[in-house]
Design a binder for this molecule. Structure first.
Ligand code: FMN
Length: 199
Protein backbone atom coordinates (compact mmCIF):
# COMPACT_ATOMS: atom_id res chain seq x y z
CA UNK A 1 0.00 0.00 0.00
CA UNK A 2 2.93 2.35 0.71
CA UNK A 3 3.88 2.31 -3.01
CA UNK A 4 0.58 4.08 -3.74
CA UNK A 5 2.17 7.19 -2.19
CA UNK A 6 4.29 8.59 -5.05
CA UNK A 7 7.68 9.56 -3.66
CA UNK A 8 7.98 13.28 -3.01
CA UNK A 9 4.26 14.05 -3.48
CA UNK A 10 2.25 15.42 -0.55
CA UNK A 11 -0.81 13.38 0.49
CA UNK A 12 -3.45 14.51 2.96
CA UNK A 13 -4.03 11.72 5.47
CA UNK A 14 -5.17 11.32 9.07
CA UNK A 15 -2.72 11.14 11.95
CA UNK A 16 -4.06 9.23 14.94
CA UNK A 17 -2.16 9.70 18.21
CA UNK A 18 -2.93 8.63 21.80
CA UNK A 19 -6.12 10.68 22.11
CA UNK A 20 -6.23 12.88 19.02
CA UNK A 21 -6.86 12.75 15.26
CA UNK A 22 -5.74 15.47 12.88
CA UNK A 23 -5.18 15.80 9.13
CA UNK A 24 -1.57 15.98 8.09
CA UNK A 25 0.35 16.25 4.81
CA UNK A 26 2.76 13.32 4.42
CA UNK A 27 5.54 12.71 1.91
CA UNK A 28 7.06 9.28 1.29
CA UNK A 29 10.79 8.81 0.89
CA UNK A 30 11.73 5.14 0.49
CA UNK A 31 9.80 3.16 3.08
CA UNK A 32 9.40 6.14 5.42
CA UNK A 33 6.63 8.74 5.70
CA UNK A 34 7.59 12.30 6.68
CA UNK A 35 5.34 15.03 8.09
CA UNK A 36 5.62 18.33 9.92
CA UNK A 37 3.55 19.52 12.85
CA UNK A 38 3.19 23.24 13.51
CA UNK A 39 2.28 22.87 17.19
CA UNK A 40 -1.08 21.59 18.40
CA UNK A 41 -2.29 18.66 20.44
CA UNK A 42 -0.90 15.90 18.19
CA UNK A 43 2.62 17.38 18.40
CA UNK A 44 2.43 17.52 22.21
CA UNK A 45 1.15 13.95 22.38
CA UNK A 46 3.84 12.58 20.05
CA UNK A 47 6.58 14.09 22.21
CA UNK A 48 5.24 12.09 25.20
CA UNK A 49 4.03 8.98 23.41
CA UNK A 50 5.61 8.38 19.96
CA UNK A 51 3.07 5.86 18.66
CA UNK A 52 0.77 6.78 15.81
CA UNK A 53 -1.30 5.59 12.89
CA UNK A 54 -1.51 7.19 9.49
CA UNK A 55 -4.79 6.47 7.74
CA UNK A 56 -6.14 7.13 4.30
CA UNK A 57 -9.51 8.70 3.58
CA UNK A 58 -11.13 10.07 0.43
CA UNK A 59 -13.67 11.96 2.53
CA UNK A 60 -12.73 15.64 2.23
CA UNK A 61 -15.43 16.61 4.76
CA UNK A 62 -13.85 14.30 7.35
CA UNK A 63 -10.35 15.73 6.78
CA UNK A 64 -11.64 19.27 7.03
CA UNK A 65 -13.87 18.74 10.07
CA UNK A 66 -11.00 17.10 11.96
CA UNK A 67 -8.64 19.92 10.98
CA UNK A 68 -11.05 22.55 12.28
CA UNK A 69 -12.17 20.56 15.33
CA UNK A 70 -15.78 20.30 14.17
CA UNK A 71 -17.58 17.29 15.67
CA UNK A 72 -17.33 13.92 13.90
CA UNK A 73 -18.39 10.40 14.83
CA UNK A 74 -15.55 7.88 14.75
CA UNK A 75 -14.96 4.45 16.21
CA UNK A 76 -11.49 3.39 17.26
CA UNK A 77 -9.63 0.13 17.74
CA UNK A 78 -5.98 -0.85 18.15
CA UNK A 79 -3.28 -3.05 19.60
CA UNK A 80 -0.75 -2.37 22.37
CA UNK A 81 0.27 1.30 22.16
CA UNK A 82 -1.37 1.89 18.78
CA UNK A 83 -4.87 3.04 18.05
CA UNK A 84 -6.63 3.80 14.79
CA UNK A 85 -9.99 4.65 13.26
CA UNK A 86 -12.01 1.52 12.55
CA UNK A 87 -12.50 0.82 8.84
CA UNK A 88 -9.94 3.16 7.25
CA UNK A 89 -6.84 1.61 5.63
CA UNK A 90 -3.40 2.73 6.77
CA UNK A 91 -0.29 1.99 8.77
CA UNK A 92 0.89 2.17 12.32
CA UNK A 93 4.38 2.61 13.69
CA UNK A 94 6.68 4.48 16.05
CA UNK A 95 7.34 8.11 15.18
CA UNK A 96 10.77 9.74 15.28
CA UNK A 97 10.39 13.43 16.01
CA UNK A 98 12.67 16.39 16.56
CA UNK A 99 12.10 20.12 16.82
CA UNK A 100 13.48 22.51 14.23
CA UNK A 101 13.20 26.26 13.72
CA UNK A 102 10.98 27.19 10.78
CA UNK A 103 10.17 30.46 9.07
CA UNK A 104 7.50 31.40 6.55
CA UNK A 105 5.16 34.33 5.92
CA UNK A 106 3.40 33.60 9.24
CA UNK A 107 6.66 34.25 11.10
CA UNK A 108 9.28 32.23 12.97
CA UNK A 109 8.29 29.18 14.97
CA UNK A 110 9.51 25.79 16.18
CA UNK A 111 8.03 22.83 14.34
CA UNK A 112 8.08 19.11 15.04
CA UNK A 113 9.66 17.24 12.13
CA UNK A 114 8.36 13.67 12.21
CA UNK A 115 8.86 10.45 10.33
CA UNK A 116 7.44 6.96 10.61
CA UNK A 117 8.40 3.60 9.13
CA UNK A 118 5.23 1.52 9.10
CA UNK A 119 5.44 -1.50 11.43
CA UNK A 120 2.00 -2.83 10.58
CA UNK A 121 -0.79 -2.37 8.09
CA UNK A 122 -4.36 -1.45 9.05
CA UNK A 123 -6.98 -3.05 6.85
CA UNK A 124 -9.96 -1.08 5.71
CA UNK A 125 -12.19 -0.23 2.79
CA UNK A 126 -12.78 3.13 1.21
CA UNK A 127 -16.11 3.87 -0.47
CA UNK A 128 -15.88 4.24 -4.27
CA UNK A 129 -16.03 8.02 -4.00
CA UNK A 130 -14.99 9.73 -7.25
CA UNK A 131 -12.60 12.72 -7.28
CA UNK A 132 -14.34 16.08 -7.11
CA UNK A 133 -12.70 19.47 -7.60
CA UNK A 134 -15.20 20.85 -5.07
CA UNK A 135 -13.58 18.61 -2.43
CA UNK A 136 -10.13 19.95 -3.37
CA UNK A 137 -11.42 23.51 -2.93
CA UNK A 138 -12.92 22.66 0.47
CA UNK A 139 -9.55 21.33 1.63
CA UNK A 140 -7.77 24.47 0.38
CA UNK A 141 -10.30 26.65 2.22
CA UNK A 142 -9.74 24.75 5.47
CA UNK A 143 -5.95 24.90 5.22
CA UNK A 144 -6.10 28.65 4.54
CA UNK A 145 -8.47 29.12 7.47
CA UNK A 146 -6.00 27.42 9.85
CA UNK A 147 -3.35 29.83 8.53
CA UNK A 148 -5.72 32.80 8.87
CA UNK A 149 -6.31 31.92 12.53
CA UNK A 150 -2.54 32.18 13.14
CA UNK A 151 -2.16 35.35 11.00
CA UNK A 152 -4.96 37.17 12.84
CA UNK A 153 -3.63 35.97 16.21
CA UNK A 154 -0.25 37.52 15.45
CA UNK A 155 -1.75 40.76 14.09
CA UNK A 156 -0.56 40.25 10.48
CA UNK A 157 -3.15 42.41 8.71
CA UNK A 158 -1.91 42.23 5.10
CA UNK A 159 -1.44 38.46 5.22
CA UNK A 160 -4.84 38.02 6.90
CA UNK A 161 -6.55 39.98 4.11
CA UNK A 162 -4.68 37.94 1.47
CA UNK A 163 -5.71 34.62 3.05
CA UNK A 164 -9.32 35.79 3.44
CA UNK A 165 -9.41 36.74 -0.24
CA UNK A 166 -8.05 33.32 -1.20
CA UNK A 167 -10.74 31.62 0.91
CA UNK A 168 -13.40 33.70 -0.90
CA UNK A 169 -11.95 32.81 -4.32
CA UNK A 170 -11.83 29.10 -3.50
CA UNK A 171 -15.36 29.29 -2.09
CA UNK A 172 -16.46 30.73 -5.44
CA UNK A 173 -14.85 27.77 -7.23
CA UNK A 174 -16.29 25.37 -4.67
CA UNK A 175 -19.79 26.60 -5.52
CA UNK A 176 -19.05 26.51 -9.25
CA UNK A 177 -18.01 22.85 -8.95
CA UNK A 178 -21.33 22.09 -7.29
CA UNK A 179 -20.21 22.04 -3.64
CA UNK A 180 -22.86 22.88 -1.09
CA UNK A 181 -21.90 21.65 2.36
CA UNK A 182 -22.54 23.37 5.66
CA UNK A 183 -18.82 22.95 6.47
CA UNK A 184 -17.89 25.37 3.66
CA UNK A 185 -20.40 27.91 4.95
CA UNK A 186 -18.98 27.57 8.46
CA UNK A 187 -15.49 28.25 7.10
CA UNK A 188 -16.68 31.42 5.35
CA UNK A 189 -18.54 32.57 8.49
CA UNK A 190 -15.47 31.90 10.68
CA UNK A 191 -13.28 33.80 8.21
CA UNK A 192 -15.67 36.78 8.38
CA UNK A 193 -15.52 36.78 12.17
CA UNK A 194 -11.71 36.59 12.18
CA UNK A 195 -11.44 39.50 9.74
CA UNK A 196 -13.37 41.76 12.14
CA UNK A 197 -10.38 41.47 14.49
CA UNK A 198 -7.93 43.01 11.99
CA UNK A 199 -10.12 45.62 10.30
C1 FMN B 1 -6.30 19.27 5.04
C2 FMN B 1 -5.50 19.79 6.21
C3 FMN B 1 -4.16 19.45 6.31
C4 FMN B 1 -3.38 19.89 7.39
N1 FMN B 1 -2.08 19.51 7.48
C5 FMN B 1 -1.34 19.91 8.55
C6 FMN B 1 0.02 19.50 8.69
O1 FMN B 1 0.57 18.79 7.84
N2 FMN B 1 0.69 19.94 9.78
C7 FMN B 1 0.12 20.72 10.76
O2 FMN B 1 0.79 21.07 11.72
N3 FMN B 1 -1.16 21.14 10.63
C8 FMN B 1 -1.90 20.75 9.57
N4 FMN B 1 -3.20 21.17 9.44
C9 FMN B 1 -3.74 22.08 10.46
C10 FMN B 1 -4.16 21.34 11.70
O3 FMN B 1 -5.16 20.40 11.40
C11 FMN B 1 -4.72 22.32 12.71
O4 FMN B 1 -3.77 23.30 13.00
C12 FMN B 1 -5.14 21.62 13.98
O5 FMN B 1 -5.89 22.53 14.74
C13 FMN B 1 -3.98 21.14 14.83
O6 FMN B 1 -4.34 19.89 15.27
P1 FMN B 1 -4.29 19.34 16.78
O7 FMN B 1 -4.21 20.49 17.76
O8 FMN B 1 -5.59 18.58 16.90
O9 FMN B 1 -3.08 18.45 16.78
C14 FMN B 1 -3.97 20.73 8.37
C15 FMN B 1 -5.32 21.09 8.26
C16 FMN B 1 -6.08 20.63 7.19
C17 FMN B 1 -7.53 21.03 7.10
Amino acid sequence: MLELFKEGQVYEVLLVTKSNVTPVGVVRRGNRLFFRLFGGKSAEELKECPYASIQITNDAELLVKLGLNFPVNLEFEGIENFRWIKGLPGFYGRVDAHEEPYEDELGETMILVCSMTPEGEISGNLPSRPLSRADCMLIEMAVDLTRLIVAVGSGKRELSLKLAEKIDENYGLYLRFGGGSETAERIVAWKRELLREVQ
